[in-house]
Ligand binder design. Structure first.
Ligand code: FBP
Length: 334
């Protein structure tokens, strides 16, 4: 019988690595674990539950059709933290503005949380893997006051915790606190996450690339040349790379974290600043990528160094194996 290490045991065993009160990390991740189980359950029964599948009939601030599960997942995380005494402010892709928790517990809470409650939601109705992406920062506004916008607009390099939940063939939780990356799998019988992927390292190089090539004609020449290079025999393998694009960032990222690869969502005519959100998608996965030995860039700048200017800011995104991101950037430079 495998000696399974639960999420809580793991955190306590590695507490020396976390520079904030360990009980805070245990509580924050326990809230995320509970929320993940509830959302995973909704997703796995989605086909049988009318209130879960399909669109909500509303749009988020980005003008995107909201799926019912987008809104359900968003509310599950807000409810998880509003009276936790841990999080003073919450922002997510699904809400126009950030939420400052106004209770005393909220105003005296030391951290803020940023969420993409359900990423890849356009894949829900077709039963393809989707995910949740999260990120936690220390607040910069004084304890006892309401959270302010500056608490939300911190550089990604200031994250103290970031992770994702993958609702795939199994439900996994992968996170970093700045001391490596570890993956946990949900035991649906016991209802707990157990350590299944200790000390995850992204292979330095790979042969998988993920990009919506339907946009290729709208991309800058350097990127078109890089994709041509991926499809040629000039690369390190002497064989064309394989294209793998699920259309769910978390699923594509997770595959590249394990097997090596690159995910690209550039700026294109339909998304002149890129499609992915800096705060909810790019920064948390950039923190994980770098902690696992990979890289995350806009094509020209390290993502974690960007000073955010607005809540729903988008950036071009190149993330994955170190040598593949460097290669792609070298083509953009040329
Ligand atoms: P959402 O967070 O709104 O789902 O958007 C992000 C995303 O769905 C990513 O998961 C995915 O990689 C990408 O957009 C797919 O975009 P496209 O359909 O343009 O290829």
């Amino acid at each position: 019988m495998l000696n399974l290490i639960s999420l809580k045991e793991f955190i306590i065993n590695t507490k020396k690595d976390f520079s904030y009160p360990i009980d805070d990390l245990v509580s924050i991740l326990t809230h995320i674990e509970q929320a993940a189980k509830s959302i995973s359950n909704d997703i796995r029964n989605a086909g049988l539950a009318e209130h879960v599948l399909g669109t909500k009939g509303s749009q988020n601030i980005q003008g995107e059709e909201q799926q019912k599960l987008d809104v359900i997942a968003d509310l599950v995380f807000i409810k998880a933290f509003e009276n936790s005494g841990l999080i003073c402010g919450f922002a997510s892709e699904e809400n126009d503005d950030f939420i400052a928790f106004k209770s005393d517990a909220g105003k005296n809470a030391p951290y803020i949380a940023l969420f993409d409650p359900l990423d890849g939601s356009s894949n829900i109705d077709v039963n393809v893997s989707i995910g949740t992406i999260f990120s936690v920062y220390k607040r910069i506004s004084p304890l006892g006051s309401e959270a302010i916008i500056d608490d939300m607009l911190q550089e990604g390099s200031k994250q103290i915790l970031a992770g994702y939940i993958l609702y795939g063939s199994s439900t996994m939780l992968v996170f970093t606190t700045g001391n490596g990356v570890n993956g946990f799998t949900l035991d649906t019988n016991k209802g707990n996450f157990y350590l299944s992927h200790p000390n995850m390292l992204m292979p330095e190089n790979g042969r998988l690339y993920a990009m919506n090539e339907g946009n290729i004609k709208e991309c800058e020449i350097g990127l078109r040349d890089y994709i041509t290079y991926c499809q040629s025999r000039e690369n390190q393998t002497g064989m064309p790379y394989s294209g793998r694009y699920v259309g769910s960032l978390v699923a594509d990222f997770h595959r590249n974290l394990i097997k090596g690869g690159i995910y690209i969502y550039p700026d294109v005519l339909s998304a002149p600043k890129g499609k992915l959100r800096l705060l909810y998608e790019c920064n948390p996965l950039a923190f994980i990528a770098e902690q696992a030995g990979g890289l995350a860039s806009t094509g020209r700048k390290r993502v974690l160094e960007i000073k955010p200017e607005e809540l729903h800011q988008r950036v071009p995104y190149y993330v994955g194996s170190k040598q593949m991101v460097e290669k792609a950037m070298s083509f953009l430079k040329n």
